[in-house]
Ligand binder design. Structure first.
Ligand code: PBG
Length: 328
């Protein structure tokens, strides 16, 4: 009598057998492409800390969205960079602001064939770079920010967003946005809540991507990397307030959080593989230190394995192409 100690190896012996028993598989439909559009550009502008990612002009955004549609990914998440910023982030609410205008342009071009998501936050629109408006003492004013988020949600819905993504980590943001959307007749607009969003050094390159003016940090409103339990409190609150999809962000340094949230969430779970995660792999690959494609696909698979149904990633199009070719 001997134990079948060779059982694991039997299931690893060839690509076909490994594929047969794979518990997780990436699909193009799992992926969402974040895109940046900047007011006043007449050609796409490279982002130096994110090689391969650009700030789009309004024209190049349309072409990139067409590529996304053809790649068969789940959708696009838009970030707008206005020409003018102020203390209240008023361009975020203005229907003619760059983000709202771009949502409308994509909606006009693609109808409902493309799922259009929009970042619902003030940091791209404020001259101080915080996700909310400030009190006189310089602290973020949670409740006054909520009023602006409500107006911004309605503006994005009016422009044609399918999904709004509140990413500012203000307490109560999901409830206020749901109520405002419902009152304005946008019961169908989906809220993708940034539920467990941590204050992270890995957002660094994003600050370049949106020409951020931020000095200081977001530690009074984003979560502390030391905390795990608190993500479940955020989940409970966001679900109670009406979140349709919840998100964990960043992804790779927070896979434990993602697994916790995925286990507890009654709604679909997304994860955001953020700018710093992207740039680290690109930098290592550019140096010849790691196999770029293998590292990208392994990173995405790890996020999926931890429990994400949807992944926001700057590699969405490339990964979708690899998946389609069947050689991912
Ligand atoms: C806030 C927002 C940020 C990101 C997405 N939405 C920046 C922040 O919170 O500091 C980061 C995305 C990335 O790093 O790729 N509007």
């Amino acid at each position: 009598m001997s134990f079948p100690t060779d059982r694991p190896r039997r299931l690893r012996q060839s690509p076909a057998i490994r594929a047969m028993v794979a518990e997780h598989r990436m699909g193009a439909r799992d992926l969402i492409l974040p895109m940046f559009v900047k007011e006043g550009l007449d050609a796409p502008q490279p982002i130096s800390s994110m090689p391969g990612v650009v700030q789009h002009s309004e024209a190049s955004l349309l072409q990139a969205a067409r590529d996304a549609l053809e790649a068969g990914i789940a959708g696009v998440m838009l970030f707008g960079i206005p020409a003018v910023r102020d203390a209240e982030g008023s361009q975020g609410v203005d229907p003619q602001g760059i983000l709202n205008r771009s949502i409308a342009a994509l909606r006009a071009e693609f109808g409902d064939s493309l799922v259009i998501m929009a970042d619902l936050c003030l940091d791209e629109f404020t001259d101080h770079g915080h996700c909310g408006v400030l009190r006189e003492d310089g602290a973020v004013d949670n409740d006054r920010t909520l009023e602006i988020y409500a107006a911004m949600a309605v503006a994005q819905a009016q422009a044609g967003a399918d999904v709004v993504g509140p990413s500012g980590m203000m307490d109560g943001q999901v409830g206020v946005i749901r109520e405002a959307l419902d009152q304005a007749g946008f019961q169908d607009v989906i809220i993708l809540a940034y539920t467990a969003k941590y204050a992270s050094a890995f957002y660094g390159p994003f600050r370049d991507a949106v020409d951020s003016q931020l000095t200081g940090d977001r530690r009074t409103y984003q979560m502390d990397a030391a905390n795990r339990r608190e993500a479940l409190l955020e989940l409970e609150q966001d679900v109670a307030e009406g979140a349709d999809i919840v998100m964990v962000k960043p992804a790779m340094s927070y896979l434990d959080i993602l697994a916790d949230v995925a286990a507890a969430s009654p709604v679909p779970v997304a994860a955001y593989q953020i700018s710093g995660e992207y740039s680290m792999i690109e930098a290592a690959a550019a140096n010849g230190w790691i196999d770029r494609k293998a590292a990208i696909m392994e990173s995405l698979l790890s996020i999926k394995r931890a429990g994400a149904t949807l992944i926001l990633t700057y590699w969405a199009l490339e990964a979708a192409a690899w998946i389609r070719e069947g050689d991912a």
